[in-house]
Ligand binder design. Structure first.
Ligand code: TNX
Length: 586
């Protein structure tokens, strides 16, 4: 069997890389041999030489991110995946089983055929309400509250590992998918290798019963300030799915570029899509590109939330169609990073024809239930006109059958059915938003000072902003979505989202650097029960993901807060096609 030169075989093996001792393995910064952040980024982009890795550590049941709801380890029940393993699956779970096999084949080198059958085998994935509860004694009484299959809901799963095999059960394909991601994390880190590695593929024995705290768990990618090609977006979807995030919000339009084709207004992309921050070539998604993204995401149980930012952040649209501008004169294309200067004319009927056409076409292309209207930073629109514009635009979205999402600046506008506000404030005292919630709105929480992944980690982070403060991993983790905004009860919180604005983020490597390790922190806030919240446990569970990212060629910031088990984290072990600046879609 060929061995992977990137496999973590060198270096001393710490006796327990998952120690919860806060100071163990924490490199002082700067460490000799640990590059400065700018150099880190450059080296990550080049995919230069591997860091020194510790050997693969065995994973313990429960060493997962996000933390599962219930865990009952059984040290006598460890399972080892062997070359003759077969994935048995009930027919409705077949697609998840194929994806699981696809994750496990490269590193194991095993064929892992998928067969439709209800019989038990070494790897069994079943979608069956009757199976979910499992043996009555599988989970101890003290923690058996959700062992009842019916309570697993839309996304929960149960995973049983015995010496004879692994069985994942769920009520839905989404639940089965999350269970499969859990199983992937329970295998040792070399499972992330793109080529075959000789390793013992052990899975820790016991039972996990797990389901999410919040229904909406997302990240946002701003493809308007800098354009990201379809392949980059697909890779971002993979990153979300690993951490059980189920929504990808695409910020598709802004002053610097219009990124989604609209057949009835073709110049939006032809003229409005050819720019980006800094003067680069920009780009846009054709209808087929966008369909590819939503289809790829759907297979990974990720719903795409398209955002058309209105009435502000519209310079690119005004370049394309000057009749939408209050002056009726085309502004020059904008490639800077200021905000709040542009807006579509709220007093012109053509504006509403434009909004109706755009949201109609985008809604028709989007399988998910949401359409995000933006609404932020329309500083030049007087409050009364802003409100009237938003109320009309909300009705146009509702007419497409989609549910309105918008930044919390939409709060003063009248409620429409199901309306969701995305809160990005930095002070949890926001009476206007609390009032909108009393009138029926639900909230997605993206507090700027905790969840904004475009904020720098530290003063010397080479890219990013700091207007909402510095956000290290602990800051990204230490808040509670259920009680963050005064006067907003946990029941009104639909979930959490980590936005990544890209004024200074230009490549997929840089996206990953800003995502990791903070994205998993926000993912855990969205998924895990509050009772599991514990910084010291989290940082130690997260540490074990460094070798996984390194092996998978995913860039990350080797934050000094995390007790990484290897000496030179943050550098992919091999160049990957994803670490280049991608070419825009024509
Ligand atoms: C504010 S947050 C914005 C964006 C910027 C971001 C930079 C929000 C809804 N609007 O236009 O990109 O700050 O951090």
């Amino acid at each position: 069997m060929p061995t992977n030169p990137a496999a973590p075989e060198t270096g001393p093996q710490p006796s327990d890389t998952r120690s919860t001792s806060p100071s163990r393995h924490v490199p002082a910064v700067p460490l000799p041999g640990v590059p400065a952040p700018a150099a880190e980024l450059a080296r990550a982009a080049e995919g230069r030489a591997a860091g020194t890795l510790a050997g693969p550590a065995p994973v313990r049941l429960g060493d997962l991110v996000p933390a599962p709801e219930q865990v009952r380890p059984d040290p006598a029940g460890d399972f080892t995946l062997s070359a003759d393993a077969v994935l048995r699956v009930s027919p409705t779970g077949r697609d998840v089983a194929e994806q699981l096999a696809g994750w496990l084949r490269p590193a194991t080198g095993f064929p892992l055929p998928v067969t439709d059958t209800t019989e038990d085998g070494p790897l069994t994935l079943t979608l069956s309400p009757a199976d979910v509860a499992g043996p009555a004694d599988a989970v101890p009484a003290a923690t058996s509250g959700a062992a009842d299959g019916a309570r697993l809901g839309d996304e929960g799963y149960r995973l049983d590992v015995t010496t004879g095999g692994v069985r994942v059960t769920a009520l839905t394909p989404a639940g089965l998918f999350h269970g499969a991601q859990t199983l992937r994390q329970l295998l040792p880190a070399p499972i992330e290798s793109p080529t075959a590695v000789a390793a013992r593929w052990a899975v820790p024995g016991g039972t996990i019963v797990d389901r999410p705290r919040f229904a909406y768990r997302g990240a946002m990618l701003d493809v308007a300030r800098h354009f990201f090609a379809v392949e980059d977006v697909l890779r971002v979807v993979d990153h979300l799915a690993r951490y059980k995030l189920n929504h990808l919000h695409l910020h598709l339009t802004d002053d610097q570029g219009w990124r989604i084709a609209v057949d009835s207004w073709p110049r939006l992309t032809e003229a409005g899509g050819a720019t980006e921050v800094g003067g680069g070539p920009g780009g846009w998604y054709t209808r087929d590109d966008y369909r590819r993204i939503v289809t790829y995401a759907a297979r990974r149980h990720v719903t795409v939330v398209p955002e058309i930012d209105l009435p502000g952040h519209t310079n690119a649209a005004l370049v394309a169609y000057p009749e939408l501008a209050p002056t009726k004169i085309a502004p020059p294309p904008y490639t800077g990073t200021e905000v709040g200067f542009s807006f579509v004319d709220p007093a012109d009927e053509r504006t509403y024809a434009f909004v109706a056409d755009v949201v109609g076409e985008v809604a028709a292309l989007t399988p998910g239930p949401w359409l995000h209207l933006g609404g932020d930073e329309a500083f030049k629109v007087p409050a009364g006109s802003y409100r009237a514009f938003v109320e009309r635009a909300q009705r146009l979205v509702a007419a497409t059958g989609k549910t309105v999402v918008g930044w919390h600046q939409l709060a003063p506008a009248a409620h429409v059915d199901g309306r969701v506000l995305q809160w990005w404030g930095t002070d949890g005292d926001d009476p206007q938003t609390a009032d909108a919630v009393r009138r029926g709105a639900r909230l997605i929480l993206s507090p700027g000072n905790h969840a904004y992944l475009d904020m720098k980690y530290a003063p010397d982070t080479p890219i990013g902003h700091d207007w909402a403060g510095l956000i290290d991993v602990r800051r990204a983790y230490e808040w509670d979505p259920g009680s963050h905004v005064r006067g907003v009860p946990a029941e009104a919180v639909l979930g959490v989202e980590a936005p990544l604005w890209t004024e200074s983020v230009t490549t997929l490597t840089e996206v990953e650097y800003m995502f990791f390790p903070r994205l998993p922190a926000v993912a855990e806030l969205g998924w895990s029960p509050r009772e599991t919240h514990d910084w010291s446990g989290f940082r130690s569970r997260l540490a074990a993901h460094g070798p996984r990212w390194t092996t998978a060629g995913i860039s990350f910031h080797p934050s000094p807060e995390i007790p990484w088990p290897h000496k030179n984290p943050g550098i992919p072990t091999q160049p990957t096609p994803h670490t280049r600046r991608t070419t825009p879609t024509p």
